[in-house]
Design a binder for this molecule. Sequence first.
Ligand SMILES: CCC/C=C/C(=O)SCCNC(=O)CCNC(=O)[C@H](O)C(C)(C)COP(=O)([O-])OP(=O)([O-])OC[C@H]1O[C@@H](n2cnc3c(N)ncnc32)[C@H](O)[C@@H]1OP(=O)([O-])[O-]
Length: 688
Amino acid sequence: MAQYTTVNGSVALITIQNPPVNALRAAVREGLFNAIQKASSDPLVRSVVLSGQNGTFCGGADIKEFGNVSSMSGPLLVEVFALMETSMKPVVAAIEGFALGGGLELALACHYRIGHSKARVGLPEVNLGLFPGRQVIAGEALKLGLLDRVTDHNTVDTALAFAKSVEGKPLDNRRLGNRPCPPLENMDAFFEEAMKRVRSRARGASAPVVCVQAVRGAATLPFHKGMELEKVLLGTLFNSGQAQASQYCFFAERAGARWSMPSGARWDTCRALSISTAAVIGLGTMGRGITVALARAGLSVVAVETQEHQLAEAQRVVSHMLKGGGQVSYSSDLQAAAEVDLVVEAVFEDMALKEKLFKLLSSICKPGTLLATNTSTLDIDRLASCTRDPQLVVGMHFFAPAHMMRLLEVVYGPRSSPEAVATAMQLGKRMGKVSVAVGNCPGFVGNRMLKPYLEQAYFLLEEGATPELVDAALEEFGFPMGVFRMTDLSGLDVGWRIRKEEGLTGPDVPAGQPTRSRHGHRYSPLGDLMCERGRYGQKSGRGWYLYDKPGGRVARSDPWLRNFLEEYRVRNALVARPIHRQEVLERCLYAIINEGFRILDDGIAASPQNIDAIYVFGYGWPKHRGGPMFYAGQVGLARVLEGLERYHLAHPDVPHLEPSSLLRRLVASGSPPIHKWNQMVKGHRSQL
Ligand SMILES: CCC/C=C/C(=O)SCCNC(=O)CCNC(=O)[C@H](O)C(C)(C)COP(=O)([O-])OP(=O)([O-])OC[C@H]1O[C@@H](n2cnc3c(N)ncnc32)[C@H](O)[C@@H]1OP(=O)([O-])[O-]
């Protein structure tokens, strides 16, 4: 766990050994503690170098140990730090790879720090519901005073030579605890302003706010008092559900890489095809973002758009985004895709158009080309059936803006081969995405769950809510945008087009259909009515809110909408009632959760972690709430079930509110913890 050797006669070299990231679990802490004691008591040792094996200093405390009583065994981290800091022999940290969280604290407890130029240091625990903040590269860390020296050579050798050079030198001013915090003018005003900004951005997350309190303590109190305050604050965070939720997200983010298919095919048994060239077809907003993402991942990309003016505009925008990096060529001819390894289709969301395109691509592309569609909801298998090799067809559902959003849904149809899925998943990794493999159904996982959410939001408007009220409740919960601001941003016409395709609105609706009912179920035509009036959201300057111009970003309440809703209610004999925020949250969120349980039961997602990763990384679900399925567990499955039953009783014509059979089974079996839910799924299959 901590290897001890003596080098150059007088330098003790301590190497942390705990792959893959040298996390500081109990055995490592114990090993470090013993090694420092040994170095202190060995008269031949005059200095110490601390490093990590395999080019990695330390990834911090072991997150798996959090909340686990066994982590209480062995010395505490602060005891290890204190032993190092008070050592009478200089301790030098040799930082390669990264020193993060407790890993950086370990380095700070050393008297000197030498970092490789490519090393990253930082305190990213805020992402785990603990404080503090961001990561920096060695050069910046040197400027900030976090490192004493940066090297391009062998870091451990450099540190060994450095340690030798400081043997016997006084250490008092090298001990962090002895260094006063530089005074700051207007300290109070500074922290008040910082707190105001952090609070407004934290959207209900405690860690960033508590972090400001801790930094204020560090800057204003004597060292030991600051440490005491930090301990108290850390305790409150550790015991908050938010830290658990964020730590759950850390593992959910990585769980998608261990994908499996109902056929039994798995991440560790399938080989990905080799992909070095790609074509992106259709250069609207999505196609442009996908081109950038693929080019940045090192693929040579040909971007194809048949409309010349759109092609020229896309070329300008993509070149600007890539800033000279990336290999992209442009063409208006589909033949340009003939020799590529991968095609990503990103044309208009129209089945007939996509079918025609897949038929054409299948005849143009060389055998073995992977054909991916960026559809957000259409049937992958229907597209596969238009091709020569249906096993080479998958969905690669990107999220706008595609070069920035972390999520990639990789959709497999019944005929997609494991190799095709492995290839798309590996590409996702190359692009730095959180990739999740999911089955084929309308809307896949993310958009299938979005449907009941939007539906509830519209129903709430019918019943008396306003977009402002619904959005405020959701934003207070932690979403970056409420549902109405979000749909204004993405465009109300997107859903309108899908509803027309589904025959829910437009000319295909049979004559005589009641306005607020489809197939015997409640339906709200509000979204359709908005689009019929040209209110598409931000792009048209008017949607659920008013914007100063088409494309404007600042949403204002619109008196027109208030009148429109009132008239609509009168026309449909609806009586507005006061709606409480709690009802907004329960109806919108429980509807998402309920669909999540159905998706699990149908085998469309392989685990609740996968669903949560999709919602956190693609739909803005707040990380400190852990994703919809984790949140359901935190609220209590029985309470969620009771809420759904109550709302379904009040709205029996809304099938999305009818509790899913899996939720009922879980509650009946005593609401087991989330990692056991898969055992209750129909035709259970384990993903891990
Ligand atoms: C006590 C209070 C004070 C201290 C608090 C802290 O230190 S809090 C901690 C502060 N530290 C942080 O917040 C750093 C969190 N970690 C990271 O940011 C990144 O993992 C990385 C940059 C270290 C490596 O990135 P990369 O892309 O090279 O690799 P990758 O990300 O794929 O991970 C590989 C494997 O290692 C696993 N694993 C990783 N870290 C930990 C851990 N600390 N623990 C346990 N496990 C950890 C990870 O789950 C994965 O396992 P899998 O799926 O293979 O079974």
